[in-house]
Design a protein around this ligand. Structure first.
Ligand SMILES: O=C[C@H](O)COP(=O)(O)O
Ligand SMILES: CC(=O)C(=O)O
Length: 211
């Protein structure tokens, strides 16, 4: 079943932004997150093994809802659709990328951080937008200010979000979920400390509301 981006975001206490450097990390990392209660996963296309990692997680971790992040081109969209991604995410929304997203009817969170960008993307039919880089682009006060004239535009803030400030974002009426890398710390991933990651995911899911 294809879920809309709104449904995906509403089902996620947060969306981890994952960077896989070693393919062997992909499945145990995804299992640890899912066991901890974080099921919607964004595996970024920032490393050469990313698409293989996505395919392996989809094949081996049935509880995961696997999407891809850092899409930059039409080719990225084709690759992600072919790999079976449930959704895609980008830090921005360049024209070529957005044309491919529309042509593929691919559930997508385009990135933006200004009212004009948000209005254009909402006009094009995107019901949830990535607000990136959230803290550097004005954080909670910026999103709060946008909610007054644009209450129907919903966001997933990412960039500088942590367990300490996630609740401040989630308390805003225009925020449906948040994204971040804090549940996948590089050191624990490199050490293969999946218990620590599962515990961090569990702490996060409980704190933000297991959905
Ligand atoms: O590139 C940054 C990621 O999208 C997430 O940001 P973060 O590491 O501040 O959570
Ligand atoms: C920033 C983000 O979520 C991405 O790289 O897609």
């Amino acid at each position: 079943m294809t879920l809309s981006t709104l449904e995906l975001c509403q089902s996620a206490p947060m969306i981890p932004v994952i960077v896989i450097n070693d393919l062997a990390e992909a499945v145990p990392l995804a299992e640890a997150l899912v066991d901890g209660g974080i099921k919607v996963l964004e595996v970024t296309l920032r490393t050469p093994v990313a698409l293989d990692a996505i395919r392996e997680i989809i094949a081996s971790v049935p509880g995961a809802v696997v999407g891809a992040g850092t899409l930059k081109s039409a080719q990225d969209v084709s690759d992600c659709v072919a790999a079976g991604c449930a959704f895609g995410v980008s830090p921005g929304a360049p024209a070529g990328l957005m044309e491919a997203v529309a042509a593929e009817h691919f559930p997508f969170l385009p990135g933006c951080n200004s009212p004009t960008e948000a209005m254009s993307l909402a006009d094009a039919g995107h019901e949830v937008l990535k607000f990136f880089p959230a803290s550097a682009a004005g954080g909670v006060p910026m999103l709060k200010a946008m909610s007054a004239p644009l209450p129907d535009i919903k966001f997933c803030p990412t960039g500088g979000v942590s367990l300490d400030n996630a609740k401040d974002y989630l308390a805003l009426p225009n925020v449906v979920t948040v994204g971040g890398s804090w549940v996948v710390p590089g050191a624990q991933v490199m050490d293969g400390d999946w218990d620590a990651i599962r515990d961090l995911a569990r702490e996060t899911a409980i704190a933000l509301g297991n959905r």
